[in-house]
Ligand binder design. Structure first.
Ligand code: FAD
Ligand code: E0Q
Length: 454
């Protein structure tokens, strides 16, 4: 593509929009970004709440491509594993990997966003805030934005639009009016509420900082991720209807009663439970599937705008960042925008579908299985098989979190492995009675060597 005409307009200066603006600006594109909200560096972010996210290898690798990794990692908190809090009391750390080289990182969403915006502007991108995409005339190349402070309209001319405007994407809605995208949304039927654990009086963490805490309770669960300031962000996931649900737990008092019954060790850590409950609206969860992600060379979607997923694998941002690297590469490799967008969609759509499916599965696993005897036995066996068959039997979590093999490959191998684990542990309560000769043979037959996985 001719360098002088390389102009791109990005909708949304969130996580994907920020990273993509850096990558494309550095490659000589003329990048303009429009963001609905105000500049987080000026007015303070949202309600000032600290919301955090788990960053894994895929996301780190993408940040590395943008020279953003060091700045982000400087304030990241290491999470070695899941700290499972049992209903009867007591807790257990389930390591995510083999050692501290296989861990994930809790990072602050607003800090990450600010880091990306600074780097994007430093690389030459122009970012306009208080510009909410409203309508698009694709054939003419005009887009209208609204400034929500005074409802004023602002029109621009564009060559091509990239939708990084999240799960409720306005660009997706505009594209749907112009063409058939095959859009299908599936609500999970569960929502979430965010609460906070403040630091101890001396500023230290009140519970183990280097873990993702999880309170599995069958049909629902609570999690907590550390922030570098000594706080934890707690997220309660609950069904929308049913005996214990957002339909029955409505007030702050009812929330306290739920915590007294089901999350007794967490309750004393959350002093502002009622206030948080009544001030933070519940967040909706769901999966969004599209048959098409682009409109010729005029527009393309990525990140949550293209494939919003439930958060239970902690991969939505990681996947969105992988999208950014893939799209930037296709824009370099292909001769025109239409081919670049088509190649990007072909490369990423099967992988997005795979992580969407794995994220849904992980909800059942997290809320209902991590405190089960047969789950723990299968985990032990998984670790044994990883040692016996390096590069061949690679645990599901490792393929998703610590490697960059395509999500679709991780899903396919995970399904084979899960069947092996289930069948080999059936009727056993320890690994002592496992028939290793037969099992080793089955592993060899079913799983080809995976490059770079030893
Ligand atoms: P967003 O980050 O949503 O950014 C979209 C941007 O577009 C925003 O700045 C928005 O203001 C702007 N915008 C919206 N509409 C318009 C418009 N009309 N015009 C202009 N701008 C607009 N992922 C992980 O990897 N790890 C985790 O641990 C994790 N935990 C999660 C926990 C929860 C409870 C949830 C809900 C999600 C979690 N995710 C996690 C997923 C992650 O938040 C998303 O996948 C990620 O934010 C997607 O990035 P994005 O840039 O596509 O969208
Ligand atoms: C991670 C890290 C919101 C959220 C984010 C996450 C994870 C979970 C459970 C949740 C998955 C896991 N997980 O522990 O298997 O690894 O990001 Cl609920």
């Amino acid at each position: 593509m001719n360098a002088s005409s390389r102009s791109i307009t990005i909708i949304g200066a969130g996580l994907a929009g920020g990273l993509l603006a850096i990558l494309l600006s550095r490659k000589g594109w003329n990048v303009t970004v429009y963001e609905r909200r105000g500049d987080p560096r000026v007015k303070g972010y949202e309600s000032g709440r600290s919301i955090n996210l788990a960053l894994a290898e895929r996301g780190r690798h993408a940040l590395r491509q943008a020279d953003a990794e060091d700045a982000v990692m400087a304030r990241a908190v290491m999470m070695r594993g899941r700290m499972v809090h049992f209903l009867e009391g007591g807790e257990q750390l389930q390591r995510y990997g083999r050692d501290d080289s296989e861990v994930i990182w809790s990072i602050h969403r607003a800090d990450l966003n600010v880091t990306l915006l600074n780097l994007a502007e430093g690389a030459g991108a122009k970012i306009h805030f208080y510009r909410r995409l409203h309508t698009v005339d694709f054939p003419a190349g005009y887009a209208r934005f609204i400034d929500d402070r005074d409802d004023s309209p602002h029109d621009i001319r564009f060559d091509t639009l990239i939708g990084a405007d999240g799960a409720g994407s306005a660009l997706r809605a505009a594209m749907s009016r112009a063409t058939w995208l095959g859009e299908r949304g599936e609500f999970l039927g569960h929502s979430y509420k965010e609460l906070e654990i403040p630091p101890a009086p001396d500023g230290s963490f009140r519970i183990e900082p280097n873990a993702l805490h999880i309170w599995p309770r069958g049909d629902y669960m609570c999690i907590a991720l550390p922030n570098d300031a000594g706080t934890f962000t707690v997220t309660l996931f609950l069904p929308n209807t049913g005996p214990t649900s957002f339909a029955t737990v409505r007030s702050g008092d009812e929330a306290r009663a739920l915590f007294e019954r089901d999350f007794a060790d967490a309750l004393p850590l959350i002093p502002n439970l009622e206030r948080d409950w009544e001030h933070h609206p519940p967040g909706l969860l769901g999966t969004l599937y599209l048959d098409r992600w682009h409109l010729g060379g005029r527009a393309v979607l990525l990140g949550d705008a293209a494939h919003a997923m439930v958060p239970f694998h902690g991969q939505g941002m990681n996947c969105a960042f992988e999208d950014c690297v893939a799209l930037a590469a296709q824009l370099e490799a292909q001769d025109d925008l239409t081919s670049a967008y088509a190649a990007f969609e072909a490369e990423r759509k099967p992988n997005a579908a795979a992580i969407q499916a794995m994220a849904l599965e992980n909800y059942t696993e997290m809320r209902d299985r991590v405190d089960d005897a047969d789950f723990l036995l299968q985990r032990q066996l998984e670790q044994q098989l990883q040692q016996r068959h390096p590069g061949r039997f690679v645990p599901h979590y490792t393929m998703v979190t610590f490697m960059r093999i395509p999500y679709a490959v991780a899903l396919e191998r995970s399904e084979v492995q899960r069947k092996l684990l289930r069948e080999a542990t059936q009727g056993h309560t320890t690994l002592a009675s496992i028939d290793w000769i037969t099992l080793d043979q089955r592993v060899h037959d079913a799983l080809p060597l995976l490059e770079d996985a030893a």
